[in-house]
Design a protein around this ligand. Structure first.
Ligand code: OAD
Length: 238
């Protein structure tokens, strides 16, 4: 049986694809007030501003490609039972070939109902040839269509399946997240005592875990190359 490998990824995973991170210098939250554009209160106060902010993000995503890091994550499916738990709302893991991706914070290429955002009957794909949501567009339940994003102030329904995945993992790999945002940041504490843990990030990251974590202080692509080699030579039999 293949070993279970769970990735926990954040904005740094997609940085080399040209998508801005949030909290680095020149990060998105330096330019945009986070509570205005990424909270449920902000959406209620100014839906047009929030919809436009995500329309812009979506148009930028359509010009981006997966990077080598995304491709190496997907390639490990040949040898491992891989799950990707991502905070990213882009679809670059899927476009690189990953088949089992849990999006904790929603998906940019999907839209949903303002009244029932987690109702599966209301969640729709946004076509890449017509990627804008407009005021007046209606969801299946008749409410205003909104981005399928988990905003600050909202529940994170995918955290439950993510906890199960992490708790069953033989290997946990954290890539490109500052681990500032909960509940995602707390996921590492669910890892089994015997699980091997790795962290890839060019900058030091403060974790809440007292565990022994093998740190690879590199960007996602270079870090994933090193990890792939380490996994080949480590005494963790596949
Ligand atoms: P952050 O912007 O907080 O952190 C990005 C991390 O990526 C930092 O630790 C960087 O050092 C690292 N990084 C930068 N370049 C990198 C590279 N080339 N390769 C690897 N790592 C690199 O982003 P997140 O932790 O993902 O939520 O942020 C979590 C959540 O906060 C987001 O999902 C978003 C945001 O507010 C919502 O909008 C709901």
């Amino acid at each position: 049986m293949k070993k279970k490998l769970v990735f926990i990824t954040g904005a740094g995973m997609s940085a080399e694809s040209g998508i801005r991170t949030f909290r680095d210098s020149n990060g998105l939250w330096e330019e945009y007030p986070v509570m205005k554009v990424a909270s449920i209160q902000g959406y209620h106060e100014d839906p047009e501003l929030v919809i436009r902010f995500y329309n812009d993000r979506r148009r930028q995503l359509l010009e981006c490609e997966p990077n080598e890091g995304h491709r190496l994550v997907a390639a490990l499916e040949n040898d491992y039972d891989v799950t990707v738990v991502t905070q990213n709302v882009d679809n670059l893991h899927e476009r690189a070939g990953s088949t089992n991706v849990i999006h904790l914070h929603g998906e940019l290429m999907k839209a949903t109902s303002s009244d029932n955002p987690n109702d599966p009957n209301c969640i729709v794909e946004i076509p890449s040839d017509n990627p804008g949501i407009h005021i007046g567009d209606k969801a299946n339940d008749g409410s205003q269509l909104r981005p399928f994003i988990v905003w600050f102030g909202e529940a994170v329904p995918k955290i439950e399946p993510a906890i199960i995945e992490v708790s069953q993992a033989d290997i946990v790999v954290i890539i490109g997240t500052s681990l500032n945002v909960y509940p995602a940041a707390g996921l590492i504490n669910y890892a089994n005592n015997d699980a091997k843990m790795y962290l890839i990030d060019p900058k030091p990251v403060k974790t809440s875990s007292l565990r022994d974590i093998h740190v690879i202080q590199k960007g996602a692509s270079e870090g994933m190359k090193e990890l792939t080699e380490l996994l080949k030579t480590s005494n963790t039999p596949q």
